[in-house]
Write a protein that binds this ligand. Sequence first.
Ligand SMILES: *Cc1c(COP(=O)(O)O)cnc(C)c1O
Length: 459
Amino acid sequence: MSYLDDIEHLAELDKQYIWHPFTQMKDWLVEKPVIITEGRNSFVKDTYGRWYLDAVSSLWVNIHGHRRKEIDDAAREQLDRIAHSTLLGLGNVPSIGLSEKLVNTLDASFGGLTPRLSKVFYSDNGSTAVEVALKMAFQYWIHKGLPKRQSFLSLRNGYHGDTIGAMSVGSVDIFHAVFQSLLFKTFKAPSPFCYRCELGKSCPDCSLACLREMEKILEVHADEIAAVVIEPIVQAAGGMIVWPEGYLKGVSTLCSKYNILLIADEVATGFGRTGKMFACEHERVVPDIMCLSKGITNGYLPLAVTLSTAEIFNAFLGEFKDLKTFFHGHSYTGNPLACAVAIASLDIFRTDETIVKLKPKSAIIEDKLADMATLPHVGNVRHKGLVAAIELVREKTTKDPYPWEDRIGWKVAYKAREEGVLMRPLGNIIVIMPPLSIGIGDLRHLLEVIKKSIIAVTG
Ligand SMILES: *Cc1c(COP(=O)(O)O)cnc(C)c1O
C-alpha cells in the first residue's frame, strides 16, 4: 500500500498542493473534495468507492464513455511504438492518419458544399485552437494585401477559451471583466439569446434583428475585420444558449457578402454533441476555419485541431525569404499518442452508430425538460441533441435571476451529488451534458435526479 492509498491523506495533499481551475480555493479548502480514481462507461468512482453518473462528461470531453476498450487498446499499441515526436519539421504516423480521417469525416458531413475544409493544424486544447484560428485569419489578410483587417467580430455571451486572444473574442463578463485592459479590441454583436433578448424583441424576429445589428457593424467596419468568430448553434459556457433557426445561416451569408472569414469554434459542439457530427451541419454552413478539441480524443488526452480551407493554406505558400510561413506551433503539436486515441474515438462513431442513437435520447430530454419547465423557479429550458440547460429564476414572470452569490446552481449540483450524479452548473443554469453513449435508463435517472434536486433547492 502506498501513502497515496490513504483517502484522508490524499484529500489533505490535494489541498496542500493543488490550485484548482475556476475554483474559489477558500471554499475548496474547507470542503470535502471528491477525488476520482476510476471510470467505466458513463460513471466515475471516487476514493470512497462511490460511483457517480458523470453528467458533465468530465467537462464536456467524454463522448463514448470511460475506459472504452478500443481506445485503451489504441493508446497501448501506440505506446509500444512512440509516445511523442514533434511535427516541427518532422512527420509522425498517427497525425497523418487522423488528418485524413478528420477531413473525410468533414467531407461526409458537408460533402459538395463550399468551402471545403481540407488542411489540419494541430495544437493541444480549445484555447490554442482558437488562438491558431485568429492568427491564421489575421496573417491570411496580410498575404492577400489587405493588412488593415486586424480585428475580429464576435458575439456577446461567447466563450472561446482562457488565453488572451481567446478571451479577447469572448464575452462572458464574469470570466473576462477583470482582464479587460489586457485584451485587444474586438467588435461585439448581440447574442441571439431569445429568452433574454438584449434587443427586447420577441421571436421569431429576434434572429433577423440580431443579424441586422451584426450587419450594421460590418457596414462601417468590414475592412478592419479579419473574421467573424462564433460558437455555432450553441453558445456553451455563456449559458448553453441555443440559437434560433436561421441565425447561423444568416451569419454565414453576411460573411460572404462582406468577404470576411468565418471561424466556427466547435470545441464544445463538435463530435456529435448537438445531434449532428458538427453543429454547422444543422444549417449546411461550412466555415473557412473550424476549431475542434474537447470530444476529439474522447477525453483521453489533450488535443485540438484548427481546420482551414486550401484557399487560406495556399495564401501562406511563398519563397522562404518572403516569410509567409505560419509562425505558430507548440511542443506537443500532433502528439502521436493523442492522435492514435483520436483515430480510435472517430472509428467508434461508426461501430456504435453514435449519431443515429442520439435521436431517442434527445427526445427523452425534450420531454423531461418540458415537464421541468412547469416548475415554479424554472424560467427557461433549452436543448439541442445531448446538451441541455435549465435556467433557474427567482421570479418566473419577470425573469428576475437569483443573485449569483446565492450559488443556486451549485446548491442543486450538491443535492444531485448526494444522489450520485456529478454535474457542474453555469451560474443559475443547470447543465445536462452526459456522454453521448449514456444508456437510456441512466439518462432517465439523471433527468429525474435533476428534477428532484431542483425541487429540493428551489421549492
Ligand atoms: C472549452 C471551450 C474552449 C476552450 O477549450 P480549452 O480546451 O478549455 O482551452 C474554446 N471554445 C469553446 C466553445 C469551448 O467550449
